[in-house]
Design a protein around this ligand. Structure first.
Ligand code: SF4
Length: 352
């Protein structure tokens, strides 16, 4: 008699309709899908057996073919501002990092969308490690659940409180894993109650993805990591996206604003003597002129061996002032997670 293995499938990452289909396949009614979703996404259970309101026979049958699909925490690091980073192990051993950020008025989770990254930005440790694979909707959703659970366990979330904001800004380029990202967005919104306006998708400038996302007509925020307004410098800093020029990226952002009615955020990481001069600021102001946008200035967090340095405070202030004087909305992002290698990809590299 031969033995064969039935591969277990994950329930996490499935929509209510898909979960309903799973129930029907097991001889149950469609409405069970809603119940399962409630256990997975609102109660955050780890095992099928925990779904108390399902008939016992159904639970047993379900557990022979399906598992919830939660990850395990391999490592956790916390900084003084209580930002924490978790390193999660996927089924195949890949390591996924995710970040939790408690603020007074909200709790934000920064998720990874790929293991590794193919874009290879010059200043990024994830890029230097190369691309491994796309993460599934289950793996992205799991990050938000795990961060929420971790934060609740440490009283960073009030009783019954939960993750209120999600930013797709961790390891990987979200637009290159579009379907899983979009699926996760819908689960976060409809099943986990995270408002569309509290969800941000960040791209390094993958133009076709920006147009495609605009076509979804969602009220989420698009953030474009520009980092320079100089075409030559852009090619150097972001070699993996050099087939899209700055003007093509701006045209796509303009289309996004027009189609969705949403303001676009531009991320600009200030690197000492690379993109932090007054001329750089003037060039950026010219590039973004007349656009309904917001600029987030992020002074670089120095990393050993990266070759880049943190900008001087005076340079940052001047850069800020020039943008403001050009009537461009600008904020300087709080540096969160100092001391725990919060720049993308670093915790994973340490552990590996
Ligand atoms: S900055 Fe983002 S897009 Fe660039 S290599 Fe790192 S993870 Fe990839």
């Amino acid at each position: 008699m031969g033995m064969f293995l039935i591969t277990m499938q994950k329930l996490l990452g499935l929509s209510v309709a898909e979960l309903g289909a799973v129930a029907v396949e097991q001889g149950e009614k469609t409405f069970r899908g809603k119940q399962i979703a409630d256990w997975l996404y609102r109660k955050g259970i780890h095992h099928v057996e925990e779904m108390g309101n399902l008939p016992a026979a159904f639970r047993t049958a379900l557990a022979t073919r399906y598992m919830v699909g939660r990850s395990t925490i391999v490592k956790a690091a916390q900084s003084r501002d209580r930002t924490f980073k978790l390193l999660l192990r996927a089924d195949d051993g890949e390591l996924i990092e995710t970040v939790g950020m408690p603020y007074t008025d909200r709790f934000s989770c920064c998720v990874s969308t790929q293991a590794g990254c193919a874009v290879n930005c010059l200043f990024c440790a994830t890029g230097a490690g190369g691309f491994k694979r796309n993460l599934t909707a289950a793996e992205i959703t799991d990050q938000v659940l795990t961060v929420g659970e971790y934060a609740s366990g440490r009283k960073m979330l009030k009783e019954g409180g939960r993750v209120s904001h999600v930013v797709f800004m961790g390891m990987g380029e979200p637009m290159l894993n579009y379907d899983a990202v979009l699926k996760t967005v819908h689960i976060l919104n409809t099943e986990m109650g995270i408002g569309m306006r509290n969800i941000t998708i960040s791209t390094i400038g993958y133009v076709p993805g920006i147009y495609r996302l605009a076509g979804e007509h969602l009220q989420l925020t698009l953030a474009v990591s520009l980092h320079t307004a100089d075409q030559e410098m852009r090619r150097k800093l972001v070699p993996g996206m050099s087939r899209y020029s700055l003007s093509e990226i701006i045209a796509a952002a303009r289309d996004y604003i027009k189609t969705t009615g949403r303001r676009v955020t531009f991320e600009y990481c200030l690197l000492k003597d690379v993109n932090d001069s007054k001329d750089d600021a003037i060039r950026l102001a010219a590039l973004l002129k007349g656009l309904n946008c917001h600029v987030n200035l992020i002074p670089y967090n120095q990393v050993e061996g990266s070759g880049f340095k943190a900008p001087e405070a005076k340079r940052v202030a001047d850069f800020f002032t020039i943008l403001e004087a050009s009537h461009i909305q600008v904020t300087q992002r709080e540096q969160r997670g100092a001391g725990i290698d919060a720049a993308c990809g670093q915790l994973r590299r340490r552990s590996a």
